[in-house]
Write a protein that binds this ligand. Structure first.
Ligand SMILES: NC(=O)C1=CN([C@@H]2O[C@H](COP(=O)(O)OP(=O)(O)OC[C@H]3O[C@@H](n4cnc5c(N)ncnc54)[C@H](OP(=O)(O)O)[C@@H]3O)[C@@H](O)[C@H]2O)C=CC1
Ligand SMILES: CC(C)(CO)C(=O)C(=O)O
Length: 290
């Protein structure tokens, strides 16, 4: 298939490298001309192994693809989507960003849309290079009823280290991942620890459990099964630094608003107390300011 991967960050480069190995023709859409020139000339690298992308374009210059995966953060979505809607209005889209703030954006689109979650741990180490630190899955579910042919070709045709799994209900999929991110990301960013430390340290373990419990209460999901899932993602990505910790280290705006901010707003709307998430929200906002 002709697959467009939008975003040349950690997830985008990882995804592009595996899709190429699976035999797809990949066009990588990046934000800066500098990165485009570099990857055209030198290729990218995953775990120090070079890979070559069929085409690299700047993300203001889209073409129709069989399928497009959006590997940017929620804050970049609006900009990217306005060009896609204009230049590739029929291309099916798979959204791979964390959080739930993009639900309305997805629901308003008229092309086939899927919501996805990334359970891999991946570190960007250079302009075109990444290290695959934790092998997980990409899970996805349809947001509308439109053409599902292309995404189905991904399932069952994947690699051991890069699997896709289809789910039925995108809201539950995003809810589960939201709770993982709300539990893992702010705590790891606050204490500057890798994900695995949340299970290794008894104190952080206790804090993670408390955050998870409050999130489950706000969203009305069962703590038992959710805590099992959260712990399994932490184990898979134990050696990874969460994307929020990386953003804080690189002095970038985090995805806090789409994760913890979303939960605090949900709690307020339902009249549900959220002291732990409110504490974490303000703590990370303070780190962002500094
Ligand atoms: N890294 C991880 O281990 C995981 C990440 N995720 C989620 O996946 C999503 C992507 O994260 P990740 O890859 O880590 O983030 P990165 O910051 O590494 O990558 C985001 C990329 O988006 C690019 N970008 C920003 N604006 C645009 C634009 N207008 N057009 C094209 N590209 C643009 C950035 O470009 P530039 O480099 O030029 O700024 C950057 O390369 C996030 O929602 C994250 O939370 C989920 C699970 C694991
Ligand atoms: C899965 C996890 C927690 C991996 O670190 C992630 O989604 C992130 O860092 O944003």
């Amino acid at each position: 298939m002709n697959i467009g991967v939008v975003g040349g960050g950690a997830v985008g480069l990882l995804t592009a490298s595996y899709l190429i190995e699976m035999g797809h023709k990949v066009t990588l859409y990046v934000r800066s001309e500098t990165q485009a020139v570099h990857i055209r000339e030198f290729g990218g690298s995953r775990d120090r192994k070079q890979f070559y992308v069929d085409e690299v374009r700047v993300s203001t210059n889209f073409k129709d693809e069989d399928f497009m995966m959006l590997c940017v953060k929620t804050i970049a979505l609006e900009e990217v989507l306005s060009s896609i809607i204009e230049q590739a209005p029929n291309t099916p889209l798979l959204f791979l960003c964390n959080g739930m703030a993009h639900i309305r954006m997805m629901e308003e689109l008229t092309q086939p849309v899927y919501a996805g979650v990334v359970e891999h741990g991946v570190l960007r180490t250079g302009i075109g290079s990444v290290v695959h630190r934790g092998v997980g899955r990409i899970r996805f579910a349809p947001v509308n009823e439109l053409d599902q042919r292309f995404i189905q070709q991904l399932v069952g045709n994947e690699m051991k280290c890069f699997k896709f799994e289809q789910s039925e209900d995108y809201r539950s999929l995003l809810t589960e991942k939201l709770i993982v991110n709300a539990t893992v990301n702010p705590l790891t960013a606050l204490f500057k620890v890798k994900n695995g430390q949340l299970l290794n340290s008894p104190h952080l373990h206790q804090l993670a459990r408390m955050v998870c419990e409050e999130c489950c209460g706000i969203l009305g999901v069962s703590m038992d099964s959710m805590w099992t899932y959260v712990q399994s993602v932490i184990r898979q990505t134990a050696n990874n630094e969460s994307s929020m910790l990386k953003d804080i280290r690189h002095e970038r705006k985090t995805e806090l608003d789409a994760i913890t901010g979303y939960l605090c707003a949900e709690a307020a709307a339902k009249g549900f107390p959220s002291p732990i998430n409110t504490f974490l929200y303000n703590a990370i906002k303070e780190l962002e300011l500094n």
